[in-house]
Write a protein that binds this ligand. Structure first.
Ligand code: 1GP
Length: 250
C-alpha cells in the first residue's frame, strides 16, 4: 500500500528526473540548528530530509531534532534508522530497511521485528527498502552492520541483491557506499542495478560534487543522498548539486 510520502517521492522523481535527499545525523547537530538547516535545504530544492546515522543511540535527541525539522519545513521528514533508537513518532515516514548483505540476521529481520510494532503505533508510513552496502571503504555502516560490502568491480552482485530485494517486495533500493566514503558507488554498478530493477534507486555515500551527482543521475539513480557536504561544507555546495540535477532534466 503506497502512502502519502511515497506518492510525493514518486511525483518528485517524475517531475525532476533525479531528486536530492538530505541526510541529517541527529547526533551531530542541535535541534535548533537542524530546523534552520532543514528550512534552508528545502528552499534550495532538496525533496526530503532523512534523519539517521549508524551510531544513533538516543531516541530523546532524535525526537527533538525531528520536531524542529517538522516545525521548520513542509517537505517530508523520513527516518533512516540504524535500530530501535532511530524511530521517532514525530516523523512522517521511515525507510523500513533490511541490510541485504549483512552477515548478522539481527540487521536483516531481527531489529525490524522489534521495531515494527512501534512503527505501527506511531502511524509512520513504512517505505520498504533493500539496503545494500557497497564499495571498498563503507566505513561505519559496514562495520556496525556487519556487512560484506560488494566490491566496486562486481556490479552484477549488487544487481543480484537488488533484484532479490525487489522480488521480496521492496520498492526502494539503496546503494550505500558509506558516509564519508572516498568514492561513491561505481557508475557501472549503478547502471547495472538500474538495468535490472524497476524499484526506486537511491544512491548515497561519498557524493561531494555536482559533477559526481550528475554522473550518478545519468547512470540511473532516482535519488541522491548527501550527508557530509551538508554538515561539513556550505549549503551552497548542496545548492549547486541540486541545481545541476535540475538542469539535467530541463
Ligand atoms: C550515508 O549515504 C549517506 O548513509 C550519505 O553519505 O555523508 O558521504 O554524504 P555522505
Amino acid at each position: 500500500m503506497r502512502g502519502r510520502v511515497e506518492k510525493y517521492l514518486n511525483d518528485a522523481v517524475d517531475r525532476y528526473g533525479t531528486i536530492h535527499l538530505s541526510l541529517i545525523d541527529p547526533q551531530n547537530i542541535k535541534p535548533d540548528a537542524a530546523g534552520v538547516l532543514a528550512r534552508n535545504l528545502s528552499e534550495i530544492g532538496s525533496s526530503a530530509i532523512m534523519i539517521g546515522g549508524s551510531t544513533v543511540v538516543s531516541q530523546l535527541d532524535l525526537d527533538e531534532v525531528v520536531k524542529e525539522i517538522k516545525r521548520n519545513t513542509d517537505i517530508p521528514a523520513i527516518l533512516f534508522p540504524n535500530g530501535i533508537a532511530g524511530i521517532s513518532k514525530h516523523a512522517d515516514a521511515i525507510f523500513f530497511s533490511t541490510l541485504m548483505n549483512s552477515s548478522n540476521p539481527y540487521f536483516i529481520t531481527g531489529v525490524q521485528a522489534l521495531g515494527a510494532p512501534l512503527v505501527k503505533r506511531y502511524g509512520l508510513e513504512a517505505l520498504p527498502m533493500g539496503y545494500i552496502v557497497v564499495g571498498s571503504s563503507p566505513g561505519t555502516v559496514g562495520f556496525v552492520g556487519q556487512a560484506s560490502p560488494i566490491p566496486p568491480d562486481k556490479p552484477e552482485l549488487a544487481a543480484m541483491y537488488a533484484l532479490a530485494a525487489e522480488y521480496l517486495g521492496m520498492r526502494f533500493i539503496y546503494l550505500e557506499a558509506g558516509s564519508g566514503s572516498e568514492r561513491p558507488a561505481s557508475l557501472d554498478m549503478i547502471r547495472y542495478v538500474r538495468d535490472t530493477v524497476g524499484a526506486r534507486l537511491i544512491v548515497g555515500g561519498g557524493i561531494r560534487t555536482p559533477e559526481q551527482a550528475s554522473e550518478i543521475a545519468k547512470a540511473g539513480a532516482d535519488a541522491i543522498v548527501t550527508g557530509n557536504i551538508i554538515e561539513e561544507s556550505s549549503i551552497e555546495n548542496a545548492g549547486r548539486l541540486i541545481a545541476g540535477l535540475r538542469r539535467r532534466h530541463d
